[in-house]
Ligand binder design. Structure first.
Ligand code: ZN
Length: 118
């Protein structure tokens, strides 16, 4: 029985389950779901894996939280940073763009949390 995996929440790529075996160090015996395209992955789970697939699939939904940093905001920040460092955002690979956006998303979220009241 194979539950269907939703596509990657970041890039829409195909997700696949990875089962770690002998030789995989601390991950041995665990499983995780990872994107075959951008290599984003869920946490490595051990033992009880009943919610394993549903956790990934839940995560694949766009988060419905306030104070969210939109893709446009993260992209704008990444582009700005690229311009400052003489790098062309458009020449980065989609994986690099994604990583840059995720980095700025974290920074922007922290900024939003502290509020703009200063
Ligand atoms: Zn992906």
């Amino acid at each position: 029985m194979k539950a269907e995996l939703k596509p990657c929440p970041f890039c829409g790529g195909k997700a696949e389950r990875i089962d770690f075996g002998p030789g995989d160090g601390e991950n041995e015996g665990g499983s995780c779901i990872a994107c075959t395209q951008c290599e984003s992955s869920g946490p490595v789970e051990f033992g009880y894996k009943e919610n394993f697939v549903s956790n990934w699939n839940t995560r694949a939904q766009p988060p419905a939280v306030g104070l969210d940093v939109t893709d446009a905001m993260a992209t704008a920040a990444a582009r700005e940073w690229c311009a400052l460092t003489d790098t062309s955002f458009d020449r980065l690979t989609s994986y690099q763009q994604h990583r840059a956006m995720e980095d700025f998303r974290i920074v922007l979220k922290a900024a939003l949390r502290t509020g703009g009241g200063a």
